[in-house]
Design a protein around this ligand. Sequence first.
Ligand code: AHM
Ligand code: MG
Length: 338
Amino acid sequence: MSRRISLTQYLIEQQRQHGRLPQELRLLIEVVARACKRIAISVNKGALGDVLGTAGSENVQGEVQKKLDIIANEVLIEANEWGGHLAAMASEEMEGIYLVPNRYPQGEYLLMFDPLDGSSNIDVNVSIGTIFSVLKKPENGKGVSEEDFLQAGSQQAAAGYCVYGPQTTLVLTTGNGVAMFTLDREQGSFVLTQEDVQIPEDTKEFAINMSNMRHWDAPIKRYVDECLAGSTGVRGKDFNMRWIASMVADVHRILTRGGIFMYPWDQREPHKAGKLRLMYEANPMALLVEQAGGAATNARQRILDLQPGQLHERVAVVLGSKNEVERVTRYHNELGRD
Ligand code: AHM
Ligand code: MG
């Protein structure tokens, strides 16, 4: 029988071999993974656990909160606040940052998360997930502030997501490639099931919400039109399309078999850079995708180079198979908008 490697073992081996995974960061990742297990239990209970439906409240971005959005947010906070590895947390579901209460020791890391991504899929039993990103608090001798979180995605110490689908899978990078861990429900532990994940450079599969087509910018329309033209068009090959409406699930497919995911700027709300959030969604996914040999841009620039101006900032996202992302980015940079 091949050796089963648990998440803990994997992290300890990373620490030993590469010496670049500090103890506090390892503990932090394990705590996040434990929280994801608890969230997975709630997700699996569904209607039996009274976790479906809306909570009757809105988050800071004016979106209706689902019960599970709130449950997942609370689970992540409760799990992480006391361990001593964190200075503060920020969540898509909370307006301001969450400081570690004074009664607990303060650590040097900052944790950001989208507790339950793909909320519109909760009630219909389609894959959803938790996305997280870890930064180090700048050493400025001051207390923690929102400004400390406003670091470019290239500064992330770790990033990952947990997808709650037919399997519960945790996908992680600490800046040394991407590894996937499947939850063994009987044992209650995450087991390493794929190491050194690589996204193929080319693909025949794209993911975009086509219902927004009439609002798109010309370069996105051009790219999708060329995909749709298939083997008789300029691309000379047929493309397939997928759209799960859970970024976690769409990115998971791309990490598994390649593809391109796009949530571009569009004219519905022209003042917004995009729908997705830079700190909780785009940055962690961009790090994972780059670590797996793919690319991630806001259609013009590398996402990981963007300097955030606000915690809840939105961004356009184009990520996945390198050659396709470069093509979309080139179409934008050739034509220009402004
Ligand atoms: P959420 O964090 O509120 O769930 O919103 C983000 C989700 C992404 O997971 C997904 O890619 C996108 O919104 C789907 O949007 P749309 O409803 O336009 O298809
Ligand atoms: Mg989300």
